[in-house]
Ligand binder design. Structure first.
Ligand code: PLP
Length: 457
């Protein structure tokens, strides 16, 4: 190390003095102090006090192959030595970027043969906004400008990404959304029932059709000739792992086909095996024209994102488009692409997608179902290795919660203290462990979750 090692208090002081963290109340964190994470193996983290944490969130939904995979470390090291950077602007390319584009064309559904690379998921969604508008200009339909997305969606933090997202608190900071982005409601039955007691008897699949038809209603209200695209996460992730009814996405597909609207799947979380297929659109049964990816493409070892461009859009851009005036310094970064290739090969060789589909995904579903009997749990949902528990406030109300302290945050606090990283979204507690998790490790995670739910009661 170039600098002498420091103790926790020294790290915390320097952190509070200089580091503005993402999505953080700066003042509150400075007062409380960060937990300093210093190393990791498999699905465990260690902090600067030597405490072990079970990482049930794969970092930020990205470390799908777990920590410490030598094949990824070697790929990065080799590429750093051979060619740490060269760009793909101005008629040049590097072997790792070409290899990754080729491999993605193989692994993604058949309509995809081309990849556009970015540095992150947010940049991928900004690319989507520009690309779909460019597509419609080239098609001679320049009035098709509007992108429809959903409340409580998360599509990133750039101006376009946050605008596509449906987080009202994000829109309130910085004057969002940008023009031409319209939201409809999310397919979340528990929330719908809360607003409409008359919907108590509504069946999941009936509700899936109702929720999808909010799109049709919005398209007709705006005029189909003005709508460029619909974008959604196959399973809403950051919004709280909202798993839609099986009827939802096929009906969305029908509506997009009917009004000739481009369908965009944001696979930043659901891509590369998370839901038990290579892509979430395959689990949910729809055929997107564009797909955003990031996170799991490198298992988070290094930043990389991008957009898979379906042939319908790609052919238009290639044959009619001329220069597409968009791109990033790190579009196709050779080290990031080399790590991605190694990561995807590892997922394929170790059959991790099949493992989620046939083994650990169903086992997580079975184990989560046993929590439905816990007095604090109102509902459970899973999709592959994503899981959510809806916490019931009434039960929590028996203990001295402050009204400004959402029950999820209280539960999350217990988890953090007990060595379990689980995330709270309002009254939902969520997990997305690495795809390498074993049944025994699911048991270990479940014991910790049960203990923390009991502490929250
Ligand atoms: N889209 C989805 C579905 C996400 O979950 C995220 C990040 O969590 C993003 C986009 C933004 O990706 P990034 O943080 O890499 O910009």
């Amino acid at each position: 190390a170039l600098l002498p090692p420091r103790g926790t208090a020294q790290w915390q002081a320097a952190d509070a003095a200089h580091f503005l963290h993402p999505f953080t109340d700066f003042g509150a964190l400075a007062a409380q102090g960060s937990r300093i994470i210093t190393r990791a193996e498999q699905l465990y983290l260690w902090d600067s006090e030597g405490q072990r944490l079970f990482d049930a969130m794969s970092g930020l939904w990205c470390v799908n192959v777990g920590y410490g995979q030598q094949a990824l470390i070697d790929a990065a090291t080799r590429q750093l030595q051979q060619l740490p950077f060269y760009n793909a602007f101005f008629q040049t390319a590097t072997p790792p970027a070409i290899e990754l584009a080729e491999l993605l064309a193989e692994l993604t559904p058949p309509q995809f043969r081309h990849a556009f690379f970015t540095g992150s998921g947010s940049e991928g969604n900004d690319t989507v906004v520009r690309m779909v508008r460019r597509y419609w200009d080239l098609q001679g339909q320049p009035d098709r400008r509007i992108l429809i997305s959903r409340n409580n969606a998360y599509h990133g933090s750039t101006m376009a990404g946050a605008s596509l997202g449906g987080m009202k608190s994000m829109h309130a900071q910085g004057g969002l959304p940008i023009p031409g982005i319209v939201h409809i409601d999310q397919p979340y039955l528990a929330a719908y029932r809360r607003q409409r007691p008359a919907a108590a008897g509504l069946d999941e699949e009936e509700f899936g059709l109702i929720a999808a038809r909010w799109l049709e209603k919005k398209v007709l209200e705006l005029g189909p000739h003005r709508v460029a695209a619909f974008i959604g996460e196959p399973v809403q992730g950051a919004g709280g792992v909202i798993v839609p009814p099986a009827s939802y996405w096929p009906e969305i597909q029908r509506i997009c086909d009917r009004y000739d609207i481009l369908l965009v799947s944001d696979e930043v979380i659901t891509g590369f095996g998370r839901t038990g297929h290579w892509f979430g659109c395959e689990t949910q049964g729809f055929r997107p024209d564009l797909m955003t990816f990031a996170k799991g493409v490198t298992s988070g070892y290094i930043p990389l994102g991008g957009v898979m461009v379906g042939e319908r859009v790609a052919r238009t851009l290639i044959e009619l488009g001329g220069e597409f005036e968009h791109g990033y310094t790190y579009s196709g970064h050779p080290v990031a692409c080399a790590v991605a290739v190694a990561n995807l090969q590892l997922i394929r060789e170790q059959r991790l997608v099949e493992r989620v589909h046939d083994d650990v995904g169903p086992y997580l579903a079975e184990q989560f179902a046993t929590l439905a009997g816990h007095p604090l749990v109102g509902d459970v949902q899973t999709s592959g290795l994503m899981g959510a528990l809806l916490l019931v406030r009434e039960a929590a109300g028996q203990s001295p919660f402050r009204p400004d302290q959402p029950v999820g945050m209280v539960c999350r606090g217990h988890c953090f203290a007990q060595g379990l990283i689980m995330r709270a979204v309002g009254d939902r507690m969520i997990v997305a462990p690495p795809l390498i998790i074993s049944r025994a490790q699911i048991d270990e995670m479940m014991a910790l979750i049960r203990h923390c739910l009991d502490l929250t009661l």
